[in-house]
Design a protein around this ligand. Sequence first.
Ligand SMILES: Nc1nc2c(ncn2[C@@H]2O[C@H](COP(=O)(O)OP(=O)(O)OP(=O)(O)O)[C@@H](O)[C@H]2O)c(=O)[nH]1
Ligand SMILES: [Mg+2]
Length: 380
Amino acid sequence: MTDKNYDLGDIAESRNSVRSRFNEIAKQNQGLNRGSNLDNDEYLSKLLKVIKIKSLVVGVGGAGNNTVSRMSDVGISEIQTLNINTDAHDLYYSNAKQKLLIGKDRCNGFGSGNVPSIGTEAAEEDVDRLSEVLNTDVVFITFGLGGGTGTGAAPIIAREAKKNNAIVVAFCSIPFSSEGKERLSRAKNGLADLMKHVDTLIPIPNDNLLRFNQKLPILTGFKIMDEVLIRCMREILTLINNCGLINIDYADVKKVLEKQGNIPSGLIGITESLGEETDLVQKAKLALNNPLLETDPTKVDNCIVSVSGNHRLALSKLNTIISAISSEIPEEASLKFGTSLNPTLGSKIRMMALGRGPISPYVQAAADDSEFPRPNINHL
Ligand SMILES: Nc1nc2c(ncn2[C@@H]2O[C@H](COP(=O)(O)OP(=O)(O)OP(=O)(O)O)[C@@H](O)[C@H]2O)c(=O)[nH]1
Ligand SMILES: [Mg+2]
């Protein structure tokens, strides 16, 4: 049987989930290996094309578009990106492989004017186009909570991606307290809508950036936040794209990212060490206790730790990291370790912890309709 008999391109591009794509080719392949119990390389290479995990990074509204533009600027070119906005000007000047101006009737390209319900209407106006383009296995959505477009449209975007069986991972910023109570209240309502439709939900409060520098100018704060969001998404994407090369496969990543229970959870932390024993332990623990997120590692039930370094990465160092991580999470939690080679790191060792279970206190507050936690910084 050849590609002509079953169109591999069609299956690979189809809107079906990776499992359905796999089943389809597995079924179609019956003839290929007839007479043999073994699977040959020709079959396996075709299979790999069809089950390659497709991912898409979506930036929504001004903040989301900026994050994705910066991601494109730093040359992460292999990643598929899509910017969505109600504001034609912002969208035009942004940098993404694909762009979508939503709500042309509702907003006439002028933005939502800080009104989330208008952001929602704009997304509903273009729901068919959204559904068409949100056709991948994993969808990352990034935006700043508190305005109108990101806050109102992101839940609809997540909903449409879920309808297409994608795993939906959302990274969103919570406004600085200095942006005012009204913004924070819009952010909380937006979070409550969003959590119905996403698997992993990682809000990052802008205020937590002030822990590192209390005199931070707001624009610098946004830039740093963009970097944080990019690093988180890039590390998960690398993990997904490297599946198979290291001990971690897509099934492991999926398990950690997929929603369990009613409220989406998520923990991520990325740290680097030069490999000295005490520093390694400290950085491994820091990856789990990300001070930007305020998530509780003792709630982790499923965890992936990915360690990258150069070819000299020693087993003893891995052991140190494993024991440090294990000591921070519950004994019964499932912990999976993977390593990958990254010669560009020089003598540095990079660790990423990705966990399921811990619910952000901001998500919990949105679920309970209680106050957001107060920023934990002295002399604000
Ligand atoms: N990371 C980052 N955050 C930003 C940036 N600009 C604004 N923000 C944050 O994101 C929140 C939402 O702002 P925008 O993204 O501009 O709002 P929008 O979604 O475009 O909504 P409208 O303009 O009201 O339609 C703000 O309250 C800020 O906290 C940025 O460039 N980067
Ligand atoms: Mg805007």
